[in-house]
Structures are given as C-alpha cells and as structure tokens.
Design a protein around this ligand. Structure first.
Ligand code: ADP
Ligand code: MG
Length: 514
C-alpha cells in the first residue's frame, strides 16, 4: 500500500509545571535555578513522620485550566500513591491522581487540516465564521494533579550520577488527550494552543525548553478507513515542539515501513535522538503497569462546591479565541491582525491600552482605522523589537501612552510612515521624551502645506521637460523620479500623499495642454 494509504493516530500526555511559590505538599520554594538540593525539605524527601499539606494555589490553577478547556470538574477527587523505584523519587512513590482526576472530558480546538476522514469525527465540530476555516476538537481525557520527581544528572566524564532533589514536589498537572490527532503538524498545533492557554491563564510559563511543559507522544498507524487502532509506541525526550513534530514524522514512517515489510509494530517506549534524527527503544512496555496505586491516607479528598466553581469561572480572563473574535467583530481588525495580536495576552493588553489612549485623543471618528493604525505599529515596530531583543512588552520603554502619541501623529498625517518608524526607534532610546517632541527635534514633522509643496512640484515639472514628455508618452514609472526630486528639494519632510497628488495634477495639466 502507498504510504498515504495509512492514517496516523496520535495521543499526547503533557506535563505542565504550575506556577506556584511553594511546592504542592510543602512550603519549600519552587524557584528555578537554585543550587542543587538547596530547596529540599523533609516532606518532599519523604522522611518518615512527615505529612503533606495540599497547596491551594495548585488546585486553583488546575481548576482554571479545566474550566478553560471545557472540562468536567470532579466534585470530589482523591490523591493516590503511585509506587515505583527510581533514584530521583526518594519516597518510593509519587503522589498523583488515579481513578478520580480533578478534571476530565475537556477539549481544545485547533485548526482543521483536512476534511474529516470518517463521519463520526464530525460530531462536535464547530465552524468559526470569522476564520473561514473549520475547527477540530481535540478531546482531553483527563487533567490530574501530581508532584514532580527530582532530576538525575549524568556528568559525561564521570561514572557516577548525581541527583538534584529540588524538583521533588513541584506541582504538575498531567493532561492526557484522546487519540484524536491525525498528523505531526496537528500535534504541534495542539501543543502551541495548549501553551497559549496556560500562558493566558498564567498557570504556567509553558516553556518547553526549560521543562515547564513536557510532552510524551503516543502514535500508531492504521489503514485509512479502518476504525480499529494499530499498536502504538510511546515517544519520550521531546524537548521542543519541533522535536515532537520531527519525532512523530520519523516514527510514522518507521511504523508504515515495518507494516509494508510484513513485520509487526511492538508496543514500546522509544527515545527521540534529535541529533541522529531517529527513535531508539528504551524499554518494552508491559501490558499493564503495576504501580500498586492506592489512595494516599495522609491527604483529604479535594472537594469542589458550586461557590468555588463560580469563583474559578469569575477568575478566568478572556481566552485567546474569544478575544480574537472580538478584535475582528467589535474592534474591526482584519483576521490576520487579530490573530497576531492575541497570540500573547500581554501583547493583546498592550494593544487595547494603546487603543484606549488613542481614543482619548481622537474623541470619535473612524475607530476602525484608528485600531488598524495601532495594529500596524505593534505588528511592525513593537513585535520586531520584542523578537530582536527577546524582551517582554511590559518593560518596553514605549508604553501604551507613548505609542498612542505616535499613532495620533500618524493619524493626523503629521509624520509619514517612514518618519513614524524613526520616531519609534528614537522613543526606544529616549524614554523621557514624547513622540511629538522627538518628531520636532529631529525634524520629522511632515509638511502638509499645499502651497509650499505645490511651488516645488511646479518647478520640478518645469525643469524636466524631457522626462515629462517621456512620462506622458506612457512611461508612468517615472512618477517615482518626480516624487524623489520633490522630496529632495523640499526644505523639510513634505507629506508624500500630497506630493503624489499634486504631481499628478501638474502632469495631467501638461497632458491637457499638449
Ligand atoms: P497508558 O495507560 O498506557 O498510559 P492510556 O490509555 O492512558 O495508556 O493512553 C495514553 C495515551 O496514548 C493517550 O494520550 C491516548 O490518547 C494515547 N493512545 C492510546 N491508544 C493509542 C493508539 N492506538 N495510538 C495512538 N495513541 C494512542
Ligand atoms: Mg496514562
């Protein structure tokens, strides 16, 4: 069978580190980057006689994530001990959740790539009229709370391994998806969306490279049109979204090739080797794990009543999809702009604050054009410096108030678009000066005095008889030459729109005279 006669089936298990000051069951700090074993207490080391006390903030974060992903919330959920031996797990068991995850049956929407392959997959789909493309729901089987384990370090030159227990007891949620993803790119999109959601909620920084978002991927292939799933493998050591996509693509090809050879795919755990670009077996996964789960007798169940749930709902920010839709429908931005501006919550806030500041100055008028002007400056100037310098919009010297000054100058046509860019650059360097002051000081205010511009236009046309004739003979590209001449000769910065308009007038007058 040709390769595309097979369909990949993918489900992800994602661990997200929750942003809390202390650990999930003890008061120790969770701050990143401390010296090894500087943040260990008797509870996270599992000393006899210690008792865990649940961190309320971690529960709140998990509930917010559940509500934001349309999940059902367990009214009562318990912690369970998951037993296994590993040097980075000093207690000999991990406190996790087993048969009662705190949230279950949720979903995240991603953009659909292809038409649904079978009718049952269409159920639950929702078209987003503002986007034109249809969306695909990726089911979340469960979201549960658990503690992280420590970290083993294997220094290359040394035979011995080292252990850092700082991470023991750091709060995590594990998010398990249904086997709903159908391509490596969909897996990538899902992770991107999930990261956006946890960042909007401020429950985690979602940084994959630093390990605050970790993903294991389960993948199998089946002949297209079949409903039974094939045998899956589980991929680990995926430290970036790119790795997830690459490892899945490799593994799908490997599984198809095996089937084509008539070999079978065995259920196993594989490690992605990003340098070699291959997956390698880690261990063969048994049919069922025997973790000897049992309810942790030291912890009371988590109970969630209606009041608590109301408080969680009320604490949610506007989520990215809703915000994007509002930017399109109410603010009047093009869909592309709305997508870019809502990618990060801080940037969307910055946009809205700037727009409010602009409205204060314009007091009415074409609000849609004003929004587009703000959007243009953010998409070009602001996002460029954020990317170049890898900084956050919150500590940009050009505050929303100051960007609004610049946008207002542009809206009034007092600076040209290129001068606007220069004003922005200088505002970055000179945080105490307003846009207007900078434009003045650097002679960037554009002249819109019709008479002044017209006299220069007239002399340029008069002094270039031959070029005028060529232009009138049909070589319209010469308009650029005339514009250049006027800009050069003019003392100051003439409004380019006016220059163009007046030149057209003069040249057409010549045509009429000829
Ligand atoms: P386990 O108990 O071994 O962890 P689960 O049933 O919890 O297995 O599934 C783990 C993950 O694997 C889930 O994300 C699920 O969607 C995915 N998965 C299950 N079966 C398949 C399959 N045949 N192909 C691809 N992914 C699968
Ligand atoms: Mg599982």
């Amino acid at each position: 069978m040709p390769y595309d006669a097979y369909e990949p089936v993918i489900g992800l298990e994602v661990h997200v580190q929750l942003d809390t000051e202390s650990k999930i069951f003890s008061p120790d700090s969770t701050a990143f980057g401390a010296d090894p074993n500087a943040q260990v207490d008797p509870v996270s080391l599992g000393h006899p006689g210690t008792l865990p006390v649940l961190n309320g903030r971690a529960v709140h974060h998990a509930l917010r994530l559940g509500v934001a992903t349309h999940a059902k919330i367990s009214r009562r959920s318990v912690f369970a001990r998951k037993h296994y031996f590993y040097p980075d797990l000093p207690k000999g068991y991990q406190i996790s959740q087993y048969d009662t995850p705190i949230c279950y049956d949720g979903y995240v929407e991603i953009e659909r790539e292809d038409a649904p392959s079978s009718p049952d997959e269409e159920a639950g789909d929702d078209a987003d009229p503002t986007r034109g493309a249809s969306l695909k729901r990726v089911g979340l089987t469960r979201i549960h709370l658990e503690e992280d384990a420590g970290k083993s370090i294997h220094p290359e030159a040394d035979a011995a391994s080292l252990i850092d227990y700082n991470r023991c007891g750091v709060p995590l949620v594990e998010i398990v998806t249904e086997p709903d993803l159908r391509s490596p790119h969909e897996a990538y999109q899902f992770l991107e969306k999930l990261r956006q959601i946890v960042r909007y909620l401020q429950v985690s920084d979602g940084n994959m490279e630093e390990g605050s978002l970790r993903c294991d991927a389960n993948v199998s292939v089946r002949p297209r049109g079949h409903s039974d799933f094939g045998t899956r493998t589980e991929l680990k050591n995926l430290n970036s979204m790119r790795h997830v996509e690459d490892a899945l693509a490799y593994e799908i090809t490997r599984q198809i090739a095996a089937r084509e050879r008539g070999a079978s795919v065995s259920q196993q755990t594989l490690l992605w080797d990003p340098d070699a670009g291959v997956t390698r077996p880690m261990r063969t996964k048994e049919e069922a794990h025997d973790y000897r789960y049992f309810p942790d007798p030291d912890l009371v169940p988590i109970t969630v009543d209606e009041d608590r749930l109301d408080a969680v709902r009320a604490s949610l920010p506007e989520m990215p999809d809703a915000r994007r839709r509002r930017f399109i429908e109410d603010v009047g931005l093009p869909p592309y702009d709305a997508g870019v501006l809502t990618e990060e919550r801080e940037v969307a806030d910055y946009f809205e604050e700037t727009l409010q500041q602009v409205f204060k100055r314009t007091k009415g008028g074409d609000t849609q054009a004003q929004a587009k002007a703000v959007s243009n400056h953010i998409m070009t100037d602001v996002l460029r410096v954020l990317n170049e310098d890898d900084r956050s919009v919150d500590d940009l010297p050009v505050t929303p108030e100051r960007l609004a000054q610049l946008v207002y100058l542009r809206l009034q046509d007092r600076v040209s678009s290129s001068a606007g860019q220069e004003v922005f650059e200088r505002m970055m360097e000179e945080p105490e000066k307003s846009a207007g002051k900078i434009a003045d000081e650097y002679d960037l205010i554009q002249v819109s005095d019709r008479d002044a511009i017209e006299s220069v236009v007239a002399s340029v046309v008069d002094e270039n008889e031959e070029k005028v004739r060529t232009y009138l003979d049909g070589k319209e590209g010469l308009l650029g030459f005339f514009i250049g001449q006027v800009m050069q000769r003019f003392d100051g910065s003439p409004n380019p729109k006016l220059v163009r308009e007046l030149l057209n007038e003069h040249l057409e007058r010549r045509r009429a005279e000829a």
